[in-house]
Write a protein that binds this ligand. Structure first.
Ligand code: MN
Length: 310
């Protein structure tokens, strides 16, 4: 059914085309019962198929409650997280790596329990500003750690996504090429590249090259669409039409998820971790409605160009 070169996670939409999603932090800053109900209901109302649930602290997520609310609204979950310096699996300190592996194993467990078949993000190093380059020994620790986590994820039918992030948020994987190299060294089938336009804009030459290279290796598994300033789609300087054309060109059939952060919604701790210093928007409903319209229109245009001109 699923073409492994274009949709390795196997996550599909209830309707035709890619599963379109939204990151939960556009709606809420945490995940108690009220926040979960609000995020899931708002996602269903906005027309998106899928909700990306942050698992920064998996122990705080009530899996049974979450699974129930998702089922009630027919929303598909995916999960994401980043590591901190004290859970950095690319550290040279064994205790730090062990804490990171345990956190990722907990995340895989909770993801499986809420019905998510995906755990992605910058899960190979701390999501923070490093003051020195990655080391060979640290990278080897990350490879070994990801091998362990990938094996546990396989048991739960979960795919791991490595999201290259910009140089200010990791020193290990800033590009799709580095993610592909790391994946080759991990050597597990259930690890994919998770591209994010916001980070690609900073680190890659263009939008199409990374999409083509990851798809050619059968590893393009997940896509975040975020603007250059992480606010409203289409109001920044990114070549988002180019991204959608590249996705259509390679026949990408996997999830495409809108990501945006504003200090109006996210917690002070998360805002500081991601350098969200401004409220780029204050109305989540307005933001997400516009994002869904933008993504739908550009995907349609990209597919039309593909059909009529190639
Ligand atoms: Mn992202």
């Amino acid at each position: 059914m699923t073409d492994p070169t274009t949709n390795p996670t196997g996550i599909t939409s209830g309707t035709a085309g890619n599963a379109l999603g939204v990151h939960a932090l556009v709606w809420v800053s945490g995940w108690d019962r009220r926040q979960c109900r609000h995020a899931v209901a708002a996602t269903a109302r906005s027309g998106f198929d899928l909700l990306e649930v942050p698992l920064l602290d998996p122990a705080q997520v009530d899996a049974d409650m979450t699974a129930g609310v998702l089922a009630e609204h027919g929303v598909t979950p995916t999960c994401s997280l980043g590591l901190a310096f004290d859970t950095d699996i690319s550290s040279e300190d064994g205790d730090t790596v062990t804490r990171g592996v345990n956190l990722l194993l907990d995340a895989v467990q909770v993801a499986g329990d809420i019905g998510s078949r995906y755990v992605g993000g910058p899960i190979y190093s701390a999501m923070d500003k490093y003051r020195r380059p990655a080391t060979a020994a640290g990278r080897a620790n990350a490879v070994a750690a990801l091998r362990t986590v990938a094996a546990a994820a396989h048991e739960r039918d979960v795919t791991l996504g490595l999201e290259p992030v910009n140089r200010y948020e990791s020193n290990l994987v800033n590009t799709a090429e580095q993610a592909l190299d790391l994946i080759a060294d991990v050597g597990a089938d259930n690890v994919v590249v998770h591209l994010d336009s916001y980070h690609m804009h900073i680190e890659q030459a263009d939008m199409a090259g990374p999409v083509r290279r990851c798809a050619a290796e059968g590893r393009l598994g997940y896509v975040h669409v975020g603007e250059s300033h992480r606010g409203h789609l289409g109001t920044g300087s990114l070549d988002l039409p180019g991204l959608f054309r590249a996705l259509a060109e390679v026949g990408y059939a996997g999830p495409i998820v809108f990501e945006s952060f504003s200090s109006a919604v996210v917690s002070p701790a998360f805002a500081s971790a991601l350098a969200v210093w401004r409220d780029l928007w204050t109305d989540s409903d307005d933001l997400v409605r516009a994002a869904h319209a933008y993504m739908t229109a550009h995907l349609h245009a990209a597919r039309t160009v593909r059909r009529d001109h190639t």
